[in-house]
Design a protein around this ligand. Structure first.
Ligand code: CA
Length: 231
């Protein structure tokens, strides 16, 4: 039996953009549902239980961030923010409010599709806690607390291990400074920002071919980091 197409709720008040996203999703194996207001979005989210939500932050009847916080109270599947607000503090606010990722307008459909697929893969694979996390040729054994790059063991400090585990759990997706500080130090008050940069620097020396030109651990300026397969 074929797998049903993932239902994606597109919340966007500007009709041309909404139509563009809906057409793109429909052409790539998704079943899009549309909403032009926050109220319509809440109704569609409860009645259709979509597999993912693409959410514009600038809505006519309500602030998109408030809607996001409300959705997160009960909706645990991926939410991708789509917004013209390119400012870093808006990205951080969106991710901290529970969004899985952020695509800034103007955007291309391939980028949106890639982010959406990465977010959906994570939900599908996160059913049971995995003893081993992988990303490309990197493998992290959470039970034995070892790290391998290919067949080579990479020696990590406990702090490096915690941060890499957090990045690998969210492979392909943006992880905020706040999330990483919480994972590494158990605090997110921002005082560990300098230490975080230092640990990322050490991690790059261990997992990158050339730490000056990272191909796995990417900086998202002012927001956080993203771990990918070597690009
Ligand atoms: Ca808008």
């Amino acid at each position: 039996m074929p797998t049903p197409e993932p239902v994606v709720l597109v919340v966007e008040d500007e009709a041309p953009i909404r139509r563009f996203v809906v057409a793109g999703l429909a052409a790539h194996g998704f079943a899009p549902v549309e909403a032009g207001t926050a109220q319509a979005a809440t109704m569609a989210a409860t009645s259709r239980r979509p597999d993912a939500i693409v959410l514009d932050l600038g809505l006519p009847d309500r602030d998109g961030l408030d809607l996001l916080r409300d959705l997160r109270a009960w909706y645990d599947r991926p939410i991708l923010i789509l917004s013209a607000r390119g400012r870093e503090e808006d990205k951080v606010a969106g991710l901290d409010a529970g969004a899985d990722d952020y695509v800034a307008k103007p955007f291309g459909m391939p980028e949106l599709l890639a982010r959406l697929r990465a977010a959906l893969r994570r939900t599908i694979s996160s059913g049971a806690p995995e003893p081993t996390l992988t990303c490309g040729d990197l493998a992290l054994d959470l039970v034995g607390r070892t790290c391998h790059r290919g067949r080579q063991e990479v020696k990590l400090t406990p702090l490096e291990f915690s941060l890499l585990a957090e990045l690998m759990r969210h492979a392909g997706r943006l992880v905020t400074h706040r999330q990483l500080m919480q994972a590494g130090w158990g605090t997110a008050d921002g005082t560990e920002g300098g230490s975080l940069r230092l640990v990322v620097h050490q991690l790059r020396r261990k997992i990158e071919e050339d730490s000056a030109r990272p191909r796995r651990l990417h900086t998202e300026v002012g927001v956080g980091y993203r771990l990918t397969e070597p690009s």
